[in-house]
Design a protein around this ligand. Structure first.
Ligand SMILES: *[C@@H]1O[C@H](CO)[C@@H](O)[C@H](O)[C@H]1NC(C)=O
Ligand SMILES: *[C@@H]1O[C@H](CO)[C@@H](O)[C@H](O)[C@H]1NC(C)=O
Length: 349
């Protein structure tokens, strides 16, 4: 009886009605999901993947579409009209991956006033025009597998009278940054730039990022303070960098919230000075698996007060432990009774 009631209750909460959705393009699959007691909330999900040649954009979609998948449609350069029309203004997420997109015209996305998630991965983008994401409440942007050689925060900058406001960050004038801080841009939390052609770490000052992925870019060196001002960042991945040889001391300066750092599969990265990790107050997990680093400097711990686990090589795992039977009375040595313990001897030098 109880189970029956529960079942009934659940069916009240979620009901999917795939049939007969108005304005659904014949090649698409449209679905309305209803939520809440008496289906008081609903959202429309439209899947128009791989519609085949001779499809003209914009594709007709239901009026209140929230999620739209337009991936694998060979769209080419995005014009101002391809994503405009009834149904597009309500989009919360849009998948434009694998579309051979080479260019995005400055106002192509401007109608998507509620867009939070944008997937532009697996396209041929080299740059985006200034202000092209301006005014969109984007939280998550995937730009992986494109051809970006540089990446400019200008794309998030606000436009005034339709003209992009140029933001000069070359000399780090805080005035310019704060203009962005007051814009509507500042929802962006996740940025994926993996598998592009970036040769150095881009300047991302002023963005409230929590997740950043720079994997598989031809970055050769990480400079002091490369990530400074990304004080909200929780997860950073800089893995699979075939050319990365050097990380300067204080490379991660300012990443005060970072909890997980992935430095996987960087074969040319052989040595690390302890000061590289200076400033990573919150770091809990460091993964150097598959990188050229074979040993860890002993004094590393003093820079990583929150670390719980470090992975080196294929299966070498290290964790923080209390040194047994040693007690330092001396003031200022309180931390010295903690040591890094690994499942293989000789890793910590
Ligand atoms: C970022 O892109 C890479 C490569 O496409 C992918 O493996 C990873 O899951 C992506 N991360 C997120 C959060 O989308
Ligand atoms: C480190 O990365 C490797 C490779 O992705 C993975 O197998 C391992 O579980 C990771 N270590 C931890 C502690 O997450």
């Amino acid at each position: 009886m109880m189970a029956l009631l529960l079942c009934f209750g659940l069916s009240l909460l979620v009901a999917v009605q795939p049939s007969a959705v108005k304005n659904c393009h014949p090649g698409c699959h449209c679905e309305v999901e209803s939520f809440g007691l008496f289906d008081s909330f609903s959202l429309t999900r439209v899947d128009c993947r791989g519609l085949g040649p001779s499809t003209t954009m914009p594709i007709t979609i239901p009026l209140d579409t929230a999620h739209l998948d337009l991936s694998s449609n060979n769209m080419g350069p995005l014009s101002d009209t391809m994503l405009a029309g009834p149904g597009y203004t309500t989009l919360v997420s849009l998948d434009l991956s694998s579309n051979h997109i080479t260019k995005i015209s400055p106002n192509a996305l401007s109608k998507l006033r509620y867009l939070e998630t944008l997937d532009l991965s697996h396209n041929n983008l080299e740059r985006l025009s200034p202000g092209c994401f301006s005014g969109l409440p984007l939280v998550e942007v995937d730009l992986s597998h494109n051809s970006f050689q540089e990446f400019d925060m200008d794309i998030f900058a606000s436009k005034i009278n339709g003209e992009p406001v140029s933001v000069d960050l070359s000399n780090n004038k805080l005035v310019s940054v704060s203009m962005n801080l007051h814009g509507r841009v500042l929802h962006i939390q996740s940025l994926n730039l993996s598998a592009n052609r970036l040769s150095s770490v881009l300047k991302l000052e002023g963005l409230p990022l929590r997740y950043l992925n720079l994997d598989g870019n031809p970055i050769t060196q990480i400079k002091e303070g490369a990530f400074a001002q990304l004080k909200d960042l929780v997860y950073l991945s800089i893995s699979g960098l075939q050319e990365l040889q050097d990380m300067e001391p204080y490379s991660f300066k300012g990443l005060q919230s970072l909890q997980v750092l992935d430095l996987l599969n960087n074969p040319k990265l052989k040595t690390l000075s302890p000061a590289v990790f200076s400033g990573l107050e919150s770091l809990q997990e460091l993964n150097l698996s598959g990188s050229g680093v074979a040993s860890l400097p002993k004094t590393m711990l003093s820079h990583l007060p929150s670390i719980k686990s470090i992975t080196v090589g294929r299966s070498i795992h290290c964790w923080r432990t209390q040194k047994q039977g040693q007690f330092h009375r001396q003031l200022g040595q309180a931390q010295n009774n903690e040591v890094l313990n690994c499942n293989i001897e000789g890793i910590v030098l």
